[in-house]
Design a protein around this ligand. Sequence first.
Ligand code: 8X3
Length: 259
Amino acid sequence: MPLEIASTGTALVTGASSGYGEALTRTLVANGWNVIAAARRLDKLQQLQSELGDAVYPLQIDVSDPAAVDGLLSRLPASLAQVDLLVNNAGVALGREPAQQARAEDWAQMIAVNVAGLAHVTQALLPGMVERGRGHIVNIGSIAGQFSYPGANVYGATKAFVRQFTMNLKADLLGTPVRVSVVEPGMTEGTEFSNVRFKGDDARVAATYEGTEALKADDVAQAVLWMISRPAHVNVTCIQLMPVCQAPAQVAIHRKPRN
Ligand code: 8X3
């Protein structure tokens, strides 16, 4: 059976300046959507617009700034004010140190963007979707929200929030046609994720991907496209994807040194 064509409309993608957000912006535009591409780096968004055309509307915003999110809808032109698809993609991982060595500022920033920012943007757009009887929210989580690994501490916990928030939204939206989904990617290469996480330590970034064939941002964009292309009565609640070379393999055991 051929893949259904995604229904189109207006999408708002946070974190659209790079990585999954950029790939998704390209995919949505290619499938007929108008995309409000939201991120902090306006120059990157403007580049996307000049490349993809007027289907892209650049919106400079920091989702961790409550006042900016409160004013989000008022900054949109009337033709784009009714958002049909929200992709809560903006997120950040900072550090891989054990919790006892992690920096408080890193934890605070991850919570501000991945948890508070995501919830706040949702709160800004969801009432309109329910009122209009049309909408889909896709949250970008991570396999780190389900599986533990050393150094994932607060990052993984923020992504566990994303998963559970999605499921709780699903419960609240019962009786409305608004859909809600979470996508949980594993290791992905070719994005800024690890450069940000390791704060520009190129050797650690290179070591992370050495000998692997990781997911690409487009793999994630295609998963989102499939989700939003399902018939209106189908709510894909969760897609989790990992590269073949990655697995949540074992519970670790620390052994005492032999005497
Ligand atoms: C990032 C995926 O595998 O690096 O969200 O934790 S992983």
